[in-house]
Design a protein around this ligand. Structure first.
Ligand SMILES: [Mg+2]
Length: 387
């Protein structure tokens, strides 16, 4: 079965809760074959028009992949990585490889008439346990966060994530935080804890914003005051030595990995015991093939995996298919306020219920993209670039 076409689509979406310049496009990739079977992948990236970068990356590599046998996911992954990682393998080439890999697994499943999880070892569980992000959309005061957190629990969730200090955009800000913003963050998390009671897991995302002393102080204060269940990305992702410093001084469990790419970036985290949880992102770290490998590496170190999932619907489907098969799975992320945006591009909506996701069991990813919705949402600038 030969690959005949690879088409990236940068489509507009309308995600509530974050600034438009950060998060207003998805990047989906369609692969067609000479047997009439097509598959879909995703390499959505943000902030700051990241989906244009990844979509453009797909345009650059596609002529090298067209004509190959769609079954050869391992070979095609290595070809993309080896050919385009010469300036570094961190992020862009692995996001491009992710979209291609996910679409090829979708094709493989559809060709064989099986869901992808059957091809990765079969079901380890019947449903995928979730944690909620985006549940606080519109909240600004601690009281509003506490109210929305209680509502989220009432909707069936027992774990939820937030960044109570977010406000400068998701980029490195020098590692500092004003005293006022820091205290407001503590107040928000305390209100959330009060709203949800003692048993719900509160996960804190630091978005890699801090330096070592700030990360240590903030993580320890939140753990002491509000018993947080993890402190995510305390530092920018590049320095493992700095992460080790934080690790040694922090009582809260540490989670890292949404900006670690491929199996190799996770070696020091696992070898040096730098995290209690890892959170690779299936549309950035290398797709279904790579997520499964990283999960198995973590299994050997008795570290749970909890994929980062703050992009689009095919990321949810791809991550969930892998996590159906993984013994050391913890939880999959999803944004509750974005569920309408996930479902908009699908013919049938996801079955989210009681803090879990039930996959359809249909072949491939188990979801069908609505091509008409894609065509209607193509970004105007992207249409000019991609022709
Ligand atoms: Mg994060």
């Amino acid at each position: 079965m030969k690959i005949t076409a690879i088409t990236p689509y940068v489509v507009n979406t309308d995600l509530p809760g974050l600034p438009k310049e950060m998060t207003d496009q998805y990047c989906f990739v369609r692969i067609d074959t000479d047997e009439g079977i097509s598959g879909w992948g995703e390499c959505t990236s943000w902030p700051n028009r990241g989906s244009f970068m990844t979509g453009f990356g797909v345009l650059q590599i596609r002529d090298y992949i067209i004509g190959q046998d769609a079954a050869n996911t391992e070979k095609i992954w290595r070809e993309i990585f080896d050919r385009w990682s010469y300036l570094g393998g961190r992020g862009l080439p692995t996001a491009v490889a992710s979209a291609i890999d996910i679409a090829l697994w979708d094709i493989k499943g559809r060709a064989l008439g099986r869901p992808i999880y059957d091809l990765l070892g079969g079901k380890f569980r019947d449903e995928v346990r979730l944690y909620a992000n985006g549940w606080f959309t519109g909240s600004t005061t601690p009281e509003e966060y506490g109210r929305d957190a209680a509502r989220t629990v009432a909707e069936g969730h027992d774990a939820m994530k937030l960044d109570p200090f977010l406000g400068n955009g998701i980029i490195w800000n020098g590692g500092n935080l004003s005293h006022e913003a820091e205290q407001k963050g503590y107040d928000i998390v305390a209100a959330v804890r009060e709203g949800v009671g003692p048993d719900v897991e509160i996960l804190i995302d630091a978005h890699g914003m801090y330096d070592v002393p700030n990360a240590v102080r903030i993580a320890n204060t939140l753990h002491e005051e509000s018993n947080i269940a993890w402190f995510e990305e305390p530092l920018p992702p590049e320095s493992y030595k700095a992460l080790a410093q934080v690790r040694q001084q922090v009582s809260a469990p540490i989670c890292v990995g949404e900006r670690l790419y491929t199996r190799w970036d996770f070696v020091p985290v696992l070898e040096d015991g730098l995290a209690d949880f890892i959170m690779p992102d299936v549309v950035w770290t290398g797709g279904i093939s790579e997520l499964k490998k990283i999960a198995t590496m973590a299994e050997a170190y008795y570290i749970p995996i909890s994929p980062h999932n703050a992009m689009g619907p095919l990321q949810i489907a791809a991550g969930a298919n892998v996590m159906m098969t993984v013994p050391n799975f913890y939880r999959l992320e999803h944004c509750t306020s974005w569920i309408p945006n996930y479902n908009h591009f699908l013919k049938e909506p996801f079955d989210f219920h009681d803090g879990k996701l039930k996959l359809s069991g249909n072949p491939g990813l188990g979801v069908d993209i609505d091509q008409d919705k894609i065509d209607a949402a193509i970004n105007e600038e992207w249409a000019a670039i991609a022709g």
